[in-house]
Design a protein around this ligand. Sequence first.
Ligand code: A2P
Length: 290
Amino acid sequence: PVPTTTLNSGHSIPQLGLGVWQAENDETEKAVAHAIDEAGYRHIDTAAAYGNEEGVGRGLASSSVPREEIFLTTKLWNADQGHDSTLAAIDTSLGKLGVEYVDLYLVHWPLQDSERMKQTWSAMEKIAESGKARTIGVCNFEPHHLEVIRGDGEVVPAVDQIELHPHLPQQALRSFAAQHDIVIESWSPLGGTSNSGWGKASKPNTLLDDPILAAIAEKYEKSIAQVIIRWHLQNDLVVIPKSVHAERISQNIDVFDFALDDEDLMEIARLDDGERVGLHPDEMNLGAPD
Ligand code: A2P
């Protein structure tokens, strides 16, 4: 019984989904099948750049839940930005996923090149019109990137998926998004992995053994991961924790039998130090897309 949030497209998105960044096809297939059939997930978040859309597709196909009951997201890679290449990229993704449509198609990163981004967005609008994506949105867009699209396009992105966790609560971007009817999704919601990210090494995860969170977790007899996931949910965010381990996948959705109180939320607010684990959007693509 995962609550849903209504998007500006009129479609609704389950507030909790499974992320699969850095998972290979075979482990992705198993993770997706477990998430849907055993754990009760109805929302899967992948990307062309993850290289595991086929694994997601096989996991979906093997599950006993019909396609229309699943909320499926994939993302357009930087190198495919531009009008025609965006139109081609969605077809490639649909082919790999083995589906007729995705629920959400996201532009993975902003570019410095505003003209190219506008061309991309006009293709995204066509993709939404064609029904190949029910809803369209972006990732890693700061207000100045959103303004480029809002000024030019007709469709306001329904979603902005950004790095967000207790070290980086993103208050400014959240209030901008709220004013413009854009739903925020949190990536690296548990503080990310210690594996290297794109372009530069990401920082080690310091949230999953944080003493403040550990104390709260102990109080509710829950794990730190579960406390962090509750924090996202109670902040009205859409959250997509990644795991390839069956036990953790199940644990991460077992968060609807407790709630953080105001005091917990105030304690967690102390963790805001602005530390990112991934790239800042303006660091991602300084020149031509690659
Ligand atoms: P794994 O896939 O090996 O379980 P993110 O913040 O990007 O969602 O990162 C989650 C990271 O934490 C992943 O590396 C994941 O690794 C790990 N993880 C996911 N769920 C849990 C959990 N319940 N307890 C501990 N670690 C977790």
